[in-house]
Design a protein around this ligand. Structure first.
Ligand SMILES: [Zn+2]
Ligand SMILES: [Zn+2]
Length: 527
């Protein structure tokens, strides 16, 4: 390595090397050039280390120095640079979005996750029979790959063992995703001289899909007849957001979609109960529009507004003699909403707060309640009229719209833990669809719409959906076994044939296996 020292001292190449190379020898085979290039590449942050960007700089900064009478140095293209980089041991990696971020391992999120997986998979110690034990499972026999069985015949259903009176559960997952008309594949193979097609810089027009799917059928589409009128119902909805389009998608739209789809799921899965699973967003926990809230009232009667009417469901309360009494909050044919005063009078509770105003306190909302809201376990109930009504059982009960719609039809609802997209297989379905739309991107919105619609209708193989679902269940099982991070990733990848890890699975032994795997990876990397 004499020349290196020489080079570092003088900035010149050892002259004796010149001319000794075979004329056709590529520059990259010269060790001196390799070292120069390697040093240069390492000096650049990995995110900027793109062959296309480096080509020009390599030429202007040091390539010219390697020219001699035998090897005229011509400008290099990114393809050459890429080849050089591959030879120097660089490789292109897709930087995976790490899902162990933010609140993934936050204590409250972990506690909720534990609760979630127990509900899903069951927990013998806690005496919970999981939803999963009432579902059809799909097993991919490892032999299937070897026998070349066509994919549509793989992941065949295994029916659950039901106890007397139990119904089969169908796991229905929901999620929303946005597709952009200019979202084309980022990785392209092209010749340098062909590199002249410019791409639009913006994302382009977008469409949103809100979908509900099961792993037995995928996205659903079917005929439903209500009151003798037959109509087509789809379990997915395509929304084109933005101005002058279908408008923005709100929680009430999702509730309407779910309500619309329940008869479809019931028709396609006779004698089954559905378990609908949603993101744990605040939006999905919203109260029904006619929920009983004190904030909707004034002390005395008020006129109903026609434009944005206040909705209040009828209710019932138990009077002092123990009778159940029905109560409605409207009067004069619905044009007037009763005031809190009248509502409390009807319930025989007005006397407890009537004197507050005279004593100098605020009758409607006391100072304390207008500043800090008292909690439900706060024993003071008669500080003001608002508080008096708020603590009544029908007002105190929290109702969620989505839950109400689903449970009232005899089905179930569950919310995925926050930050855990790896547990909802529809996320993988979106990714599958996006890789298709990216590859077939023509930068045209109508084409995107058609492509997405086609994929939703029948473009996703059931075996793929089932494979995705099994993977999510393995994640759940891993969390139940207290695996996390890269160890869990490795376990999920290793046991691909079933939804649960085998009964022979011992966490400690597996940890050892994982450590061995890491060591072997390191030695492979060194060689
Ligand atoms: Zn199904
Ligand atoms: Zn109060």
């Amino acid at each position: 390595m004499k020349w290196k020292k020489h080079y570092m001292l003088t900035g010149e190449l050892v002259s004796s090397k010149r001319g000794k190379h075979v004329k056709t020898k590529s520059l990259i085979l010269r060790e001196d050039f390799q070292i120069e290039l390697l040093g240069y590449l390492r000096s650049i942050p990995d995110v900027q280390r793109k062959p296309s960007k480096l080509a020009r700089h390599i030429h202007t900064s040091f390539l010219f120095r390697f020219a001699d009478e035998n090897t005229p140095v011509v400008p290099v293209c990114s393809k050459t640079v890429k080849r050089w980089m591959l030879m120097l041991g660089f490789e292109k990696r897709i930087h995976k979005k790490n899902y162990y971020v933010d609140g993934h391992e936050r204590e409250d999120v972990k506690a909720y996750r534990q609760e979630f997986v127990d509900k899903m998979l069951g927990n013998d110690e806690k005496g919970i029979r999981g939803y999963c034990s009432r579902m059809v499972t799909y097993a991919d026999d490892p032999g299937d790959k070897a026998t070349n069985r066509p994919p549509q015949e793989r992941f065949l259903p295994i029916p659950p063992e039901l106890n007397g009176g139990e119904k089969r559960i169908v796991f229905v997952v929901h999620d929303e995703s946005i597709f952009y008309s200019n979202d084309a594949t980022k990785i392209i193979w092209t010749r340098c001289e062909d590199l002249n097609s410019l791409r639009p810089k913006s994302n382009g027009k977008s469409l949103m899909v809100s979908g509900l799917m099961c792993s037995c059928h995928g996205f659903l589409c079917g005929e439903i007849s209500t009151n003798g009128v037959s109509r087509t119902v789809k379990s997915y909805k395509i929304i084109k957001p933005g101005k002058n389009k279908d408008g923005y998608w709100k929680n009430k739209d999702l509730v309407a979609q779910v309500e619309d789809c329940i008869p479809l799921f019931e028709a396609i899965h006779p004698n089954c109960e559905m378990l609908f699973a949603f993101d744990n967003s605040q939006n999905h926990h919203a109260a029904p529009p006619d929920a009983l809230k004190v904030s909707k009232f004034t002390l005395n009667d008020k006129k109903q507004t026609i434009k944005d009417p206040i909705l209040l469901r009828d209710t019932q309360f138990i009077d002092s003699e123990g009778n159940i009494v029905q109560q409605t909050f409207y009067k004069n044919d619905g044009t007037v909403i009763k005031g809190i005063k009248e509502v409390l009078e009807e319930r025989g509770l007005w006397d407890q707060v009537a004197n507050l105003g005279k004593r100098g306190g605020k009758l409607m909302t006391c100072e304390h309640c207008s500043n800090t809201k008292r909690t439900m376990d706060d024993p003071i109930t008669n500080c003001c009229a608002t508080r008096m009504l708020a603590v009544q059982p029908d007002f105190a009960e929290t109702t969620e719209w989505m839950e109400e719609v689903i449970v009232s039809k005899g089905h179930h609802i569950i919310f995925f833990p926050k930050f855990h997209c790896e547990l909802n297989y529809i996320e993988m379905v979106w990714a599958y669809m996006k890789s298709d739309t990216r590859e077939n991107c023509t930068f045209d919105f109508d084409n995107l719409c058609a492509r997405v619609e086609n994929l939703l209708e029948n473009g996703i193989p059931l075996s793929t959906i089932r494979k995705f679902e099994e993977r999510c269940f393995r994640f759940m099982h891993g969390y139940q076994l207290n695996l996390a991070g890269p160890l869990l990733d490795y376990a999920v990848k290793k046991y691909t044939s079933h939804r649960m890890f085998p009964s022979s699975f011992v966490v400690e032994e597996f940890e050892q296996l994982y450590q061995d795997h890491l060591k072997s990876k390191k030695t492979v990397g060194k060689n």
